[in-house]
Write a protein that binds this ligand. Structure first.
Ligand code: SF4
Length: 225
């Protein structure tokens, strides 16, 4: 299990990489996921070369695209800096079997990031951060979740199951879960990873926390054997 790698927004490890020089320590990531998986941390803003501390940025909708501009000074535009880091770093993330992202961050948020108009008005739409959006575009089957969502009942177990199943698919080791998961047959008759992971997600969503925890325990034991 420890050989399975998952990505994590670096501030969730408590590292002081946020724009204001703070971290955003996550107990779930550092005390639960870290015990079972190898965590690979990414901070798109710092890894792209931005400083700590740095001016806060936000997503702004322009006619043709969303850009990442300074919150207090809209002449600051870090979109190209972040985008060029993303383009060079994404291929190196293919060994990951999951990713935990920071909520509402203009780089790392997943469908939770406020978007403003060029006049500073908050729009109704919510977007994903530039890194998070590129990650799901590049790896559409990868289990990806915001840290805040992991706190919901059953979400941690469902995420861990998805990560393990995805990792087994990538290594063509489907026998490990064929005997364990009640929906394995539905998954295995499909010959397309995208559809397979969609069935996994849908099937896990129907199970309650007790059932998810029990499945996770059984799957872990079958892998560790
Ligand atoms: S949310 Fe993402 S970009 Fe912002 S500090 Fe955390 S890891 Fe870095």
């Amino acid at each position: 299990m420890k050989t399975i790698k998952i990505g994590i927004s670096r501030c969730l490890q408590g590292q002081r990489v946020r724009y204001d020089g703070a971290g955003k320590y996550s107990r779930i990531c550092n005390e639960e996921l870290a015990e079972r998986f190898e965590l690979v941390s990414v901070c798109p803003e710092v890894d792209a070369g931005l400083t700590v501390p740095r001016p806060p940025v936000e997503l702004v909708r322009l006619p043709a695209e969303i850009r990442m501009l300074g919150r207090d000074d809209s002449s600051l535009d870090v979109t190209d800096t972040i985008t060029s880091f993303i383009e060079t770093s994404l291929p190196g993330l293919q060994e990951l079997a999951g990713f935990v992202l920071t909520t509402r961050s203009p780089s790392c948020g997943l469908n939770s990031v406020p978007v403003k108009s060029t006049k500073g008005r908050l729009l109704k739409e919510k977007s994903s951060g530039l890194f998070a959006q590129a990650l799901v575009d590049c790896y559409p089957c990868l289990p990806v979740i915001e840290e805040q969502a992991l706190r919901r009942d059953g979400a941690l177990a469902a995420f861990e199951l998805s990560v393990i199943i995805y990792s087994l698919f990538k290594r063509s080791c489907t026998a490990e879960f064929a005997a364990v998961l009640p929906f394995a047959h539905e998954v295995l008759v499909v010959n397309n990873l995208m559809q397979q992971m969609a069935i996994v997600k849908e099937s896990l969503a129907k199970l309650n926390q007790t059932r998810l925890s029990s499945l996770l325990k059984t799957l872990r034991e079958s892998i560790d054997e």
